[in-house]
Design a protein around this ligand. Structure first.
Ligand code: MN
Length: 263
């Protein structure tokens, strides 16, 4: 008998963390059809993440997630890798993306990962850093924002997760196809974050640094927040099955943030 589980939107999470020596990744979109990207994640877990005190995954670790009860082999493999990292002393923090917002308490327990709220205020190197997946700030995409509200509604999630797994997979498959089709018709500006929204968020949390993913347009952006310079890091997405290969991670080196490409 399945135990009742809270819908993912209601799983307890923290929105304040202190990070000693973090490594940040997002938008790996891991799935069965991209073996080279999964292999790159395995190498990253063996060689890079263990050198850090914390691994922080800012959303879209998976290409899709139909529920913690999905016996999908990719999910299992990733949960085991994350749990091994946690056992070896690297704390694992996970934030929902728009592709894997149904990751719930079951997966987090298997992966020994803590779920982060979006946004989360991190304190690292004595400074505040705002962490987000990023989609919440894409406010010019009104269709997407309406979908986002629905998909994060706890009641919607309870009803959706009560459907048979095959039906959930089919609905998600169609949603992914529709999303790819409509993306081609929308302008780059509409699908990017709204600068005024991220500036307002940085002002609200009194930070001058923000880190997010989602847009698949890795960059360092400069903003002005309350009359001061502020920096926004957009994490690289991963696709080691494409040509050219791409992927990387963000670390703090001697007090400076730096994006490292995958080796
Ligand atoms: Mn995303």
């Amino acid at each position: 008998m399945a135990l009742f589980r809270l819908p993912p939107a209601l799983v307890a999470r923290t929105d304040r963390i202190t990070l000693r020596d973090p490594v940040f990744i997002s938008d790996l979109h891991l799935n069965a059809a991209q073996p080279a990207t999964r292999a790159a994640f395995a190498r990253f877990c063996d060689e890079v993440a263990p050198r850090h005190a914390e691994l922080v995954i800012l959303g879209d670790l998976f290409e899709f997630w139909a529920g913690d009860d999905d016996p999908d082999a990719v999910g299992d493999e990733v949960a085991q890798r994350l749990a091994r990292l946690a056992d070896a002393g690297t704390s694992v923090f996970l934030m929902h993306g728009n592709r894997d917002l149904l990751l719930g308490s079951g997966f987090c327990a298997r992966a020994k990962a803590s779920l982060l709220a979006d946004p989360t205020l991190a304190l690292t190197d004595g400074r505040g850093v705002l962490l987000s997946h990023g989609d919440a700030y894409c406010t010019r995409d009104t269709d997407y924002m309406a979908f986002r509200r629905k998909a994060r509604n706890p009641l919607f999630q309870v009803l959706f997760l009560a459907k048979p797994l095959s039906e959930r997979r089919s609905v998600i498959g169609k949603a992914r196809a529709t999303s790819e089709a409509t993306k081609a018709l929308k302008s780059m500006e509409i699908m990017d974050v709204t600068p005024a929204e991220v500036e307002q968020a940085m002002s609200h949390y009194s930070v001058r640094t923000m880190i997010h993913g989602h847009t698949h347009r890795p960059a360092t952006h400069h903003h002005e927040v309350d009359g001061q310079g502020a920096t926004r890091w957009v994490l690289p997405d991963w696709d080691m099955d494409a040509m050219p290969k791409r992927g990387g991670y963000l670390v703090l080196r001697d007090g400076q943030w730096a994006v490292q490409p995958l080796g």
